[in-house]
Design a protein around this ligand. Structure first.
Ligand code: NAD
Ligand code: UGA
Length: 462
């Protein structure tokens, strides 16, 4: 910043990932009066944030990073210095599912989270507001407080919960124009004072009626519940898609009919090959673990079924492919259109395409992956079946000589391809499995494809 006297707050974010990077970029771009620093243990990530090749792909992100970078937005690996200088510290480190020990496969792995608490304690010389941005089990703020209170420096820390609701692919829009911002605090004088600081930061661009306040535990739980409700809607419509395929009902028509009921609403009712992404599964597992911990076994089972249906939907998709392709795909070339877990991101974490590709490879198919943003991640995800898989950015090349295409990601570009050209270059009979129901199925059928959507009658030539 030209004149440091204009800086009215020093804000730090620990964790420069999908949440920390975009969230801080928007705060810095919106609020030139704050100095915002994002730190991470990973120097490669930090170097990428300081370059024009950002570590994550998000529409509009580079533009806003460029507005603020080296003005009032800084990316650094100097965590200690960042903590020392900051008055408000957001923590947005990863909180994956635990893979070892007690709670393995369900509980949240809080080792990165706890390490930040200890780093904060070590490097702090003055009072601070700590903001939980990561998604955490309910009552994690208490653990953070206990660690931070164990100091003999006379420093006071106030812990707030401010979960993030952005979705990948629309992160910049979501941050600029959030449905709501949720801030949980203790109802003490210090808690309310800290909460007001955070409200003031968001009020720079978010209408105050969209800034909700609650107690800390409600804020923590609202984040887990929100993701569970969203995922539940997808599993609900996907469960109906299976019934549609048996009864000649059409899942898009059913979704439209039920979605027009304003009590239900029409969003998040797109049947698909299954939901992916780094959070839905992990957050539901976390919720299930918490319920089990508190002896709420029926509640745990209820939420677990959302994941069971999602796994079922992915398996069902591959089963259909195998069945209709005469029960053998060994040696056949199959093109996967898309690998990202959704459009407009290069993120492949928990992408249904991973399971589909692995199962096809297990059946000894030759799988060709095409995706405009996710090929680098796809190569890592499929390292275990590398012999069966190839990669290309060009969808025409991917489909050339293929027996089947399976649409895995709803990228706009797949809607406008020349499917006559693609059909001409494929083995016959040519199959198309639309795992996102985004293509014009009638037209594809007219061209000559045998088309298998999700939750709709197949359009076949035999
Ligand atoms: P991410 O893996 O992309 O980023 C986390 C970053 O934290 C990594 O760069 C890692 O190197 C860094 N880190 C880990 N330990 C550290 C430490 N001790 N000190 C400094 N840096 C450290 O994760 P993400 O997708 O940004 O998610 C972060 C949190 O936000 C998770 O709890 C997630 O559930 C939640 N969340 C994610 C999204 C999303 O769309 N990805 C949306 C809402 C909430
Ligand atoms: C989701 C939530 O939407 C965010 O509010 C939340 O902050 C975030 O998780 C998180 O906590 O990480 P995200 O996973 O980025 O965001 O993307 P979504 O748009 O929710 O899509 C998740 C998955 O569901 C994708 O695979 C998508 O293709 C699939 N989906 C979505 C469907 O199959 N059908 C739908 O109708 C909607």
């Amino acid at each position: 910043m030209a004149a440091s006297a204009r800086v009215t707050r020093n804000i730090l974010c620990i964790g420069a990932g999908y949440v920390g990077g975009p969230t801080m970029a928007v705060i810095a771009a919106r609020c030139p009066q704050y100095r915002v620093t994002v730190v991470d243990v990973n120097p490669v990530r930090i170097d990428a944030w300081n370059s024009d090749r950002l570590p994550i792909y998000e529409p509009g992100l580079l533009e806003i990073v460029k507005i603020a970078r080296n003005r009032n937005l800084f990316f650094s690996t100097d965590i200690g210095r960042g903590i020392g200088e900051a008055e408000v510290i957001f923590v947005s480190v990863n909180t994956p599912t635990k893979t070892f020990g007690a709670g393995a496969g369900k509980a949240a792995d809080l080792q990165y989270w706890e390490k930040t608490a200890r780093d904060i304690l070590r490097a702090s010389r003055s009072d601070k507001i700590i903001v939980e941005k990561s998604t955490l089990p309910v009552r994690t703020a208490r653990a953070m407080e206990r660690i931070l209170e164990a100091n003999d420096k006379g420093i006071r820390f106030e812990v707030l919960s401010n979960p993030e609701f952005l979705a990948e692919g629309t992160a910049v829009d979501d941050l600029n124009n959030p449905d709501r911002v949720l801030i949980g605090s203790h109802e003490t004088e210090a808690g309310i004072k800290a909460r007001n600081v955070l409200v003031e930061i968001y009020a720079n661009w978010v209408p105050v009626e969209r800034i909700l306040t609650s107690n800390v535990w409600s804020a923590e739980l609202s984040k887990l519940a929100s993701n569970a409700f969203l995922a539940q809607r997808i599993s609900s419509i996907n469960s109906i898609s299976a019934l549609c395929e048996k009864t000649e009902a059409n899942v898009n028509e059913v979704a439209r009919a039920i979605g027009m009921d304003r009590r239900i609403g029409n969003r998040f009712l797109r049947a698909s090959v299954g939901f992916g992404g780094s959070c839905f599964k992990k957050d539901i597992l976390n919720l299930v673990y918490l319920c089990e911990k508190y002896g709420l076994h029926e509640v745990a089972l209820y939420w677990e079924s959302v994941i069971a249906i999602n796994d079922y939907q992915k398996r069902r998709f591959v089963k259909t492919m195998l069945r209709v392709m005469f029960n053998t795909i060994a040696g056949k070339k199959i093109a996967l259109f898309g690998f990202a877990f959704k459009a407009d991101t290069g993120d492949t974490r928990e992408s249904p395409a991973i399971d589909v590709a692995r199962e096809l490879a297990e059946e000894q198919a030759h799988v060709v992956i095409t995706d405009p943003q996710a090929l680098r991640n796809a190569e890592n995800d499929l390292a275990s079946c590398r012999m069966q898989v190839t990669f290309t950015e060009d969808p025409y090349e991917a489909a050339s000589g293929a027996h089947a295409i399976a649409v895995m990601t709803e990228w706009e570009l797949y809607k406008t391809l020349d499917y006559q050209r693609i059909f001409d270059g494929m083995e016959k009979p040519a199959f198309l499995f639309d795992g996102r129901n985004i293509l014009d199925h009638e037209k594809l059928h007219e061209i000559g494809f045998n088309v298998f959507p999700v939750g709709e009658a197949a359009l076949k030539h035999f």
